[in-house]
Structure formats: C-alpha cells, structure tokens
Design a protein. Structure first.
Length: 135
C-alpha cells in the first residue's frame, strides 16, 4: 500500500518556515510559550537565518522569563530587520525585566519614529514609565 506521507522515502518532513512562524505567533499571542519555543526550534532547522523565527523565539523566551536568552534572539532578529515593531517592543520588555532601563528610551524613540498614531505613542510612553522615566 502507498503511504500518505509524501516524504516517507526520504525520512524528512518538508515544513514551510512561514507556516511555522505563523503558528509560533498564534501560540505566543495565546501565552503558549513552551509550545511556541518548540515550533520555533523546529522552524530554525529549515530557515536558520529568518529574522521572524528569531523574533518569535525571543517572544516565547520572554514569556518563559528567560530574558537573557530572549534578548539574544531579539537582537539577532533586529540585526537583520531593525524596524520590526513587535521585536522592538519585546526587546524593551526584556530590558525592563533585566533592569536595563537606561536602554529602553532609545528603543522607544525608534518605535515612535516608526509609528504615527497617538495611541501607539502613548503605549511607548507607558514602556518608558515602567522604568520610572517621564514620557
């Protein structure tokens, strides 16, 4: 009988990195960080330099309170895609949790330069406020 697995003969499974990235996003958004981390690790096997994977893995590590590891992945993603808003926001939260508030204002300024709505700017001022700063 024929197998329904198209890759049974090769022993590998073809997985679209963008599909895994989307899954990781949904998992992170629903606070399923441990599962999102596994999905990201799987995706990195197929697309090791995709900045979206590093961003999603950084978000998962942030949710798991592994701040140093999260910061490493977020920085890697930002070296490739320096204007990704989600990655920048998550980096700000990492820095806040690591007590490195002196670095948050630069991220907030960068975020403000990328957005143009008062609501978003108020949110970024909130990030600054978490560090005891004045918006």
């Amino acid at each position: 009988p024929e197998s329904s697995d198209p890759d049974e003969t090769s022993g590998t499974e073809i997985v679209d990195v963008s599909v895994l990235t989307d899954c990781a996003f949904i998992l992170n958004a629903n606070s399923k960080y441990d599962i999102a981390l596994k999905v990201c690790d799987r995706a990195m096997q197929n697309g090791p330099e995709d900045p979206a994977i590093y961003s999603m893995r950084g978000w998962a590590l942030l949710g798991l309170e592994r701040y140093d590891d999260a910061l490493d992945d977020l920085d890697h993603s930002l070296r490739i895609n320096p204007d990704n808003v989600i990655t920048l926001q998550n980096k700000a939260y990492c820095l806040i949790n690591l007590g490195r508030c002196d670095e948050v204002s630069g991220i907030v300024a960068h975020l403000n330069s990328l957005t143009n709505t008062d609501y978003i700017h108020n949110y970024y001022d909130y990030l600054t406020g978490l560090c005891g700063g004045t918006p």
